[in-house]
Design a protein. Structure first.
Length: 253
């Protein structure tokens, strides 16, 4: 049997036509499905003449998820190595992408704000309440000192906390991170956080985000954060001085 004859025989075994519609049998689950992009992935999108994969898209996704779950640590390590080797290239690519689309997104955002003034006002109030902290400079300094001038979550030293803006890398201060996103703006709800941890946590619940599945997690840092939030922050709260009220004197002409 020649190669072409084997191909034809295999095609006849895995394909059938019902009411003028071509069906294909999945080599993994054995189900017959329509031979379309909805049920099968292409072997090569740039070369459609190669046809569809032998497995259906559902089986392909399951195999991919299982592989990533079983080889999670190795894949994460490879991604970190790749990012470290291509860090500058990725930063430059992201910067160029933002600059190319900056004007379009600014126009789109401006139009949305003009058409939704009430939502814009609510968002501004919500943003202000969940971004500003009601702590003074000395309290913030004591908070960083309590955590040894390191990120409370991952332990990154403040002298290594660099950030990049418009292609320029600078050394910056930690973020005043809300332990509880919907909590207060006082010292009892504030921990120092690096930019990566602050972006990763966002609105997530602390217990759900900072667990054993988080590569930043450690029992020592977890216990220290909880101890700070529950009791130790009380040692560093300074009494707020009452604001002086100045009365305007009426001028006598």
């Amino acid at each position: 049997m020649t190669r072409e004859e084997r191909k034809q025989w295999y095609y006849e075994q895995t394909h059938k036509i019902i009411d003028g519609v071509v069906y294909k049998q999945c080599s993994k689950c054995g189900e017959w499905k329509l031979e379309t992009i909805e049920y099968f992935y292409m072997r090569n999108k740039s070369k459609p003449e190669l046809g569809f994969c032998s497995e259906c898209s559902d089986c392909t996704r399951k195999d991919s998820l299982n592989y990533h779950y079983e080889n999670r640590d190795g894949l994460i390590a490879k991604k970190r190595i790749w990012y470290q080797e291509n860090r500058e290239k990725e930063i430059e690519r992201d910067r160029q992408h933002r600059l190319e689309n900056l004007e379009y997104h600014q126009m789109k955002d401006r139009k949305w704000r003009e058409n939704n003034p009430e939502k814009t006002k609510k968002y501004s109030i919500y943003r202000y309440l969940h971004k500003k902290h009601n702590i003074n400079n000395q309290e913030w300094e004591n908070c960083k000192k309590y955590f040894d001038y390191k990120c409370a979550y991952c332990g990154l030293p403040i002298e290594e906390h660099y950030y990049t803006r418009n292609g320029i890398t600078k050394l910056g201060d930690f973020h005043k991170e809300h332990f509880n996103h919907n909590g207060s703006n006082g010292l009892e709800n504030c921990v120092p956080s690096c930019g990566n941890c602050n972006s990763s946590k966002r609105k997530k619940n602390f217990e759900e985000w900072y667990n054993i599945n988080n590569p930043r997690h450690s029992i020592e840092k977890y216990d220290k954060i909880i101890k700070w939030i529950i009791e130790d922050h009380k040692l560093y709260i300074e009494e707020k001085k009452p604001k002086r009220i100045y009365k305007r004197k009426n001028k006598i002409n």
